[in-house]
Ligand binder design. Sequence first.
Ligand SMILES: Nc1nc2c(c(=O)[nH]1)N[C@H]1C(S)=C(S)[C@@H](COP(=O)(O)OP(=O)(O)OC[C@H]3O[C@@H](n4cnc5c(=O)[nH]c(N)nc54)[C@H](O)[C@@H]3O)O[C@H]1N2
Ligand SMILES: Nc1nc2c(c(=O)[nH]1)N[C@H]1C(S)=C(S)[C@@H](COP(=O)(O)OP(=O)(O)OC[C@H]3O[C@@H](n4cnc5c(=O)[nH]c(N)nc54)[C@H](O)[C@@H]3O)O[C@H]1N2
Ligand SMILES: [Mo]
Length: 771
Amino acid sequence: MSTDHDDQQQAPEAPVGPVPEGEPRFRPYHHPAAGWGAAESVTRFLARERSPVDGPRAILKMNHEDGGFDCPGCAWPDDLKGLHLDICENGIKHVTWEMTRKRVGREFFAAHSVTELSGWSDYDLENQGRLTEPMVYDPDSDHYVPISWKDAFEVVGSALRELDDPNRAAFYTSGRLGNEATFLYQLMARELGTNNLPDCSNMCHEASGRALTASLGTGKGTVDLKDWESADTLFILGVNAASNAPRMLTALSEAHRRGARIVHINPLVEAAATRTIVPHDFLDMALFKSTPTSSLNLQPRIGGDMALLRGMAKAVLERSASDPRALDREFIDRHTTGFEEYRALCEATPWEEIERQSGLGRKDILEAARVYGEADRSIVSWCLGVTQHEHGVDTVREIVNLLLLRGNLGREGAGPSPVRGHSNVQGNRTCGIDHRPGDAFLDRLAAACGISPPREHGLDTVGTIEAMRRGEVKVFVAMGGNFAMAAPDTPVTFEALRSCDLTVQVSTKLNRSHLVHGRRALILPCLGRTEKDHQRKGVQSTSVEDSMSMVHLSVGMKRPASPHLLSEPAIVAGMARAALPESGTPWHWYVEDYDRIRDTMAKALDGFEDFNRRVRLPLGFRIRQPARELVFLTPSGRAEFSAAALPDVVPEAGTLALGTMRSHDQWNTTIYSDNDRYRGIENLRTLVFMNRADMRERGITDLGPVDITSTARDGSHRSLKGYLAIPYDIPRGCAAGYMPEMNVLCALGDYSTQSDQPIMKHVKVTIAPAA
Ligand SMILES: Nc1nc2c(c(=O)[nH]1)N[C@H]1C(S)=C(S)[C@@H](COP(=O)(O)OP(=O)(O)OC[C@H]3O[C@@H](n4cnc5c(=O)[nH]c(N)nc54)[C@H](O)[C@@H]3O)O[C@H]1N2
Ligand SMILES: Nc1nc2c(c(=O)[nH]1)N[C@H]1C(S)=C(S)[C@@H](COP(=O)(O)OP(=O)(O)OC[C@H]3O[C@@H](n4cnc5c(=O)[nH]c(N)nc54)[C@H](O)[C@@H]3O)O[C@H]1N2
Ligand SMILES: [Mo]
């Protein structure tokens, strides 16, 4: 079958990363993760951002028990010891990137047209510094020009008021947004009458939320850092922790020191699966003392995790025939349902199939099962390597199945532990960013806020892009993020954004989403999390929720990048007042004092009772996790085993399964450099990691140029040309490369039927020497 995408070269014309500083280089990395390599990288970075003083000073204020701001980096929880300085290389980079002294003012926009800027790299766009005042697109001159806040709000308000149906608007959230702004934002959307609330979570942990809800009646993990400190065994699946959740290195090295076993499951042996020098342990740094962070590394094929987990469960069940302690029968009988069916399914799944689908030998699978069987307390942790697949939901449910077999739930040191992405992506969901809200949530919201929220489900990220293309969504508002680059099928997403009547980007820095815009377009610059937020009643704080359901306050301390910036709650309130002139919601009054927003949240949100007091406790508070107390809000009132057949993930002859992922030196669509230190890459992003035998078979030389062509479910093709092939320790039939560049290869229609998540880790491709 052929479509309009066939055989077109579809890469966006502008490069993503900076101009390389030298020749591309690949030298395998053999040092421990973090440690001096990280320190050196940070020093260079601070110098480049002209922040050698502010950077470190701000960092001392980060993640503190007695105030300070939450690291705007990843969602890994703060160290429970509170005053313990828990920082990492990428957190420092992230904060410094926000605190840069460079500015993008009206002179900048006067000097550069949108057409000109469209030719700049994404790196160069962001590297211009912080946005300073609201701007509106002027089609006559093709420039962004200044606009007052009042007029900007009226542009949004009138566009929303004029819609014949509120579902013609969509409101995107990127996971940075604090809880208070989040709550106001979803309130505005629902008061308008739509649940069109796409978010970045639609692209990362939607599968985890749906699976955990089905299995355990909660959308979140059940463990906290204390559990990490008392587990006997940690299974780490599909996460590049040294780059994307670096503070996990501390937990891994501590676990190793106290004798816990750590099993990494990843097609790539990532840096966190070797050794680390604990990032904040200055004595270890001085002595070059590294700690192992792994006891066993297994490299399944891409998408092979579910088969591996099934094999481990099968082995545990086989063992139970001779050793009754292999299973926790009492737990299974009291708290679960569906066990017999699951047992029968495991027995009926042949070992040959498990080996073929996982890409692992039986010996390795039995070894993993033995480690699991010997542990009293096991935690299984995962990230995108597990979720961004067609069968992401089934795989997360298989993780839960395995945990249930040995009663690894509802007790110390045991349970499921998804690693969330953005620093407040979990809080966004808790506070109402959900295109499929439940009735209980809406009923409470209605009662607390005096609105009649719509009941029909709204659009997620992929659904929004489809609706924009069809002309059904006309107004697109984004609270943060970089939708144009983050979403799949880059040219299609561009086309979708360009067909809107109005696109509104609330941002801190210039990015591609400002240049790929609707007929009318606004850039609304906001305060960053590091900055002081002055409102009528004084300096305000916002709250965030980490990966482990801890909610705490974050208080910015830096002078705002510009006097014209508004806070995110103020921007939401400004848009809402303009869009809803008859609104009974006291938008303005809320913004004067965020305690007032929190008082309403306490009424509207489950688990937020007495919010203002509890969030001011030294470490904040933890949102109740019913599954942790062995209370299961599932239809059966029990933890539910699932019994899904193994998917076929083996690539067809001649094709490879390609996973798109982050380099060490990037934050999603924000690129810091062309290096990927732990994978030994310098000066190169347009690359593809391949198994040497797969390269040889195709006549591809080391660092030789290749063309990559994907085949979508509908048979259409997309391609990237002239990428360089890197021979890498990755299973045969698998390949990997960087997002966001490789979104060009991800067809919009190729999303999971289980989670609606774009399939970003299992793209079917052919790779050949460049034509
Ligand atoms: N510094 C930094 N930190 C970040 C981010 C960032 O961009 N930079 N992004 C944040 C966000 S939003 C998120 S969601 C997280 C993302 O954190 P990660 O999930 O670590 O993100 P990826 O880089 O996509 O890496 C996915 C990992 O999965 C592995 N993988 C690929 N396919 C498979 C598979 O089939 N099975 C298994 N087991 N593994 C597989 C890859 O080898 C890689 O190690 O990080 C957050 N933290
Ligand atoms: N192929 C492929 N695509 C992917 C992924 C993948 O693994 N593979 N991962 C997906 C995942 S997990 C995610 S989370 C998405 C990321 O999607 P997004 O969250 O949409 O993208 P980011 O790159 O994190 O957004 C960066 C921009 O956020 C703005 N920003 C930064 N701080 C703030 C702030 O405090 N407030 C506001 N309002 N704006 C701010 C800046 O302007 C910056 O340019 O990408 C997804 N895309
Ligand atoms: Mo994410």
